[in-house]
Design a protein around this ligand. Structure first.
Ligand SMILES: Nc1ncnc2c1ncn2[C@@H]1O[C@H](COP(=O)(O)OP(=O)(O)OP(=O)(O)O)[C@@H](O)[C@H]1O
Length: 253
């Protein structure tokens, strides 16, 4: 379980997050939505222990990400940042294998190789495994980054805009895969994902946290949040919401 209590975060004079308290249960997909500048990335980085809050606390399955040794933190939570800096001459397999670093500390063994191949296969990257990143399309590179994050084998995955640059098929495939891999079987991980595409959240998320101006505007099961009234309150614009196969579909008016 992720527990965030009275979290505040400031950058210089600017207060970015204000008194955020929330609980994210294990398993499933939790989507963080909200307008530009609402504080979604900042919240994800605070949870991952990469930004130091000005107040409050975070616990990831009981672990304090700000106090924990780097390796313990990396085994508890894997963060995919929006614009990670990576050496483009790396091959896809080498990049994905980096995800194993917290487990082997520079001495990869057969289990690390096996889990690297498994992550490549999970995200349809096996045919691209020997290509260097600079030869990939933006969407292919994005999938390789998700696979690297997955290979870290942390129970919690925090993904900041993973659908960036993905075409509709790969965006759907990625959400479907994350959905399947966050069910109780065969292997349950927990995903917290910042998403701009509101219908990707509506279609796949189990829970939604809607941020507005650095505060929680709404939070709860997906169907409870994807309502015209709540979406209007969060985004300041009118939406219609219809039901399609028991999932909400959001249409901007
Ligand atoms: N170092 C900083 N100094 C001042 N303001 C900052 C700093 N970092 C972030 N901000 C501001 O904090 C606010 C929240 O930023 P954040 O990136 O968390 O929002 P977001 O909801 O992820 O936005 P987007 O949807 O545009 O990616 C923004 O207004 C941003 O300009």
């Amino acid at each position: 379980m992720i527990e965030v209590s009275n979290l505040s975060y400031s950058a210089g004079q600017a207060q970015i997050l204000r008194d955020i308290s929330l609980t994210i249960p294990q398993g499933g997909i939790t989507a963080i939505i909200g307008p530009n500048g609402a504080g979604k990335s900042s919240l994800l980085h605070c949870i991952a222990g990469l930004l130091t809050p000005s107040g409050g606390q975070v616990r990831i399955d009981g672990l304090d990400p700000f106090d924990a040794p780097h390796r313990d933190r990396a085994r508890a939570v894997a963060l995919l940042q929006q614009t990670p800096r990576i050496a483009t001459r790396l091959r896809v397999r080498e990049l994905v294998a980096f995800g194993r670093w917290p487990h082997h500390g520079g001495r990869p063994g057969p289990e690390d190789a096996r889990l690297t191949e498994e992550a490549l296969a999970t995200f349809d990257l096996t045919p691209l495994a020997d290509r260097s990143l600079e030869t990939l399309s933006g969407g292919q590179r994005q999938r390789a980054l998700v696979a690297m994050t997955w290979a870290q084998s942390a129970p919690w995955l925090l993904l900041d805009e993973p659908l960036n640059a993905l075409d509709p098929k790969y965006a759907r495939d990625l959400m479907e895969r994350l959905h399947d891999l966050t069910r109780p079987a065969p292997e349950q991980r927990s995903v917290v994902v910042v998403i701009h595409d509101i219908n990707a959240a509506a279609g796949w998320a189990d829970r939604v946290i809607a941020l507005k101006d650095g505060e929680i505007g709404a939070s709860g099961p997906c169907n409870d949040i994807m309502t015209p009234a709540t979406l209007h309150a969060v985004f300041g614009m009118a939406f219609d919401v219809i039901d399609h196969k028991q999932r909400p579909v959001v249409i901007a008016r």
